[in-house]
Write a protein that binds this ligand. Structure first.
Ligand code: ZN
Length: 204
């Protein structure tokens, strides 16, 4: 399986990091070894002094496809969760400055925490939107809603599948809203869709 992540999919987050608002979805990938499952703790890696959390809605691909049209994209996923795209912001800043690839800042072991999956249809509000949030040590630090995405799920799937075959089990991290910030050892992160807690991660 592969993990495809979207950068800068919420205007307010692009702004907080002084990034331009993209005209097309910004993609990067993480290998399967980046997955951190079953609410396991994250051991703070020794190569960075500035790891940030980024809470994101994550889609699980349920059907293989390539060149998927936006109007058919909803047929390719049924389950959703929240994930944490852990980012070594200090390394990322150096990569960006030099125009280098991002993998060492973004795709390291356990950098993609993933929660329990639930049915997409069951977490939609009356207006079809999905809200999600992150608590750090019991305080809400990020709140997001699909209404504020620059590129909606179906546009993302169409765009991604124009380059990469999507396979069953692939995960799409759909971007983080504003409020990203650093973690320290001892922090407890808890991520929710609506009121439902789907992910917990202790920093060790
Ligand atoms: Zn992210």
């Amino acid at each position: 399986m592969k993990i495809i992540c979207i950068g800068r999919n919420y205007a307010a987050h692009a702004k907080e990091l002084d990034n331009p608002i993209p005209k097309a979805p910004l993609l990067f990938m993480k290998p399967s070894t980046a997955l951190l499952k079953d609410n396991r703790p994250l051991y703070y890696p020794d190569f960075s002094k500035d790891i940030h959390y980024e809470v994101e809605l994550v889609l699980k691909i349920s059907k293989q496809g390539k060149h998927i049209a936006p109007k058919f994209a909803h047929k390719y996923y049924q389950q959703i969760s929240v994930g944490l795209d852990f980012t070594a912001r200090d390394i990322q800043a150096k990569c960006k400055e030099k125009g280098h690839p991002w993998e060492i800042a973004k795709a390291w072991d356990n950098s993609a925490a993933i929660g329990n999956f639930i049915d997409v249809e069951k977490c939609k509000a009356a207006d079809q939107s999905i809200s999600f949030s992150l608590n750090k040590n019991g305080q809400q630090v990020q709140i997001g809603n699909t209404k504020n995405m620059l590129f909606a799920f179906d546009q993302l799937i169409a765009h991604i599948s124009s380059f990469f075959t999507l396979q069953v089990g692939d995960l799409i991290y759909t971007g983080t809203p504003k409020g990203v910030g650093p973690i320290v050892i001892g922090d407890l992160l808890e991520a929710y869709i609506g009121e439902q807690k789907l992910l917990e991660c202790l920093i060790k």
